[in-house]
Write a protein that binds this ligand. Structure first.
Ligand code: SF4
Ligand code: ZN
Length: 301
């Protein structure tokens, strides 16, 4: 197949079933970068003088994100990018992706900071998983990682935190909240709260497959290791289901996203946000008297 762009006759690298387009390498990159820029404008993701901490796990998505941001904002000398990683302590997985993260950051000339759950809380995710609590390890992992990123981003003076959530991740989250009937969290997905360093998700409009292809083209080593705990999560089931839908009905992911965006304009009015308080243990902003991270620490004692 040839590229479907006008006046281009190069061989196509990808067929976007949702758009009907076949794209050559150059037009694929152009299309992806256009989606990223559009999303960033839409969400006002970058402002003058920002210091942006990119959450870098060393996987394909976050590595591609760092590479893209440094490329897109090459001329913006007022912006600063740093990379930060959190080692959750997952044997046979995280140490591999983290050495990749460091290499990627170095290669792009970006300062790299590495933190760990063990240093911050005194235990690893493997130790949590070994206790066989009712919730899946991902639940604990998400809460604790978020806490470390928030705390360290503040300490490093970051004005924004960029995460590599792609279209698939976002749509999964939307669907998970629908299925659970968690309207409050659904509303919070897009909201910003001044207590926290603002999060930006530049890859939100790009399908996971395309992020992977971009990483390959950009020469980023795409690791084949995956987290051993992922299959235990609810997200994993939703992910499989969504991919099946997309295969049979191309465009499903984008349409779930569009539907959510329309709905979210109505959400805040329907659900006033709960007021935040200071956690009685760690003093950081929290929705309950003791924050979730401190609760986990209590459970682990
Ligand atoms: Fe953590 Fe779950 Fe991701 Fe593994 S799959 S790194 S446990 S959130
Ligand atoms: Zn706390």
């Amino acid at each position: 197949m040839r590229c479907s762009k006008r006046k281009c006759s190069k061989p196509a690298l990808i067929h976007q079933r949702y758009s009907g387009l076949h794209l050559c390498e150059a037009h694929f990159i152009e299309d992806l970068e256009r989606k990223v820029k559009k999303e960033m404008r839409k969400q006002v993701m970058v402002e003058r003088g920002d210091k942006i901490a990119v959450a870098l796990s060393g996987g394909k998505d976050s590595s591609a994100l760092l590479s893209l941001l440094t490329k897109i904002f090459y001329n913006r000398t007022d912006l600063e990018f740093i990379a930060m990683s959190v080692d959750e302590g997952i044997h046979g997985y995280r140490s591999i992706t983290l050495s990749n993260a460091e290499e990627v950051a170095k290669g792009l000339g970006v300062d790299f900071f590495r933190f760990s759950l063990e240093e911050e809380f005194g235990f690893t995710l493997d130790e949590i998983a070994a206790r066989e609590f009712e919730q899946a390890p991902c639940t604990f992992c998400g809460i604790l990682r978020r806490k470390v990123v928030e705390r360290k981003a503040k300490e490093l003076g970051a004005t924004k935190v960029a995460t590599a959530h792609n279209l698939d991740d976002e749509v999964q989250t939307i669907l998970i909240n629908y299925i659970r009937g968690d309207i409050e969290r659904l509303g919070r997905l897009r909201g910003r709260r001044e207590e926290f360093v603002p999060r930006i998700k530049p890859l939100r409009g790009v399908p996971e497959k395309e992020v992977a292809l971009y990483a390959l083209i950009a020469g980023i080593p795409v690791l084949t290791v995956s987290c051993p705990y992922a299959p235990r999560s609810f997200r994993f089931t939703v992910k499989k289901m969504l991919n099946e839908f997309e295969r049979k009905h191309p465009g499903t992911k984008y349409s779930v996203m569009r539907g959510y965006e329309r709905l979210s304009e109505l959400l805040p009015k329907a659900q006033p946000e709960r007021k935040l308080v200071h956690c009685a243990r760690c003093g950081e902003a929290s929705a309950s008297r003791i924050c979730k991270a401190c609760e986990i620490q209590e459970m682990m004692k």
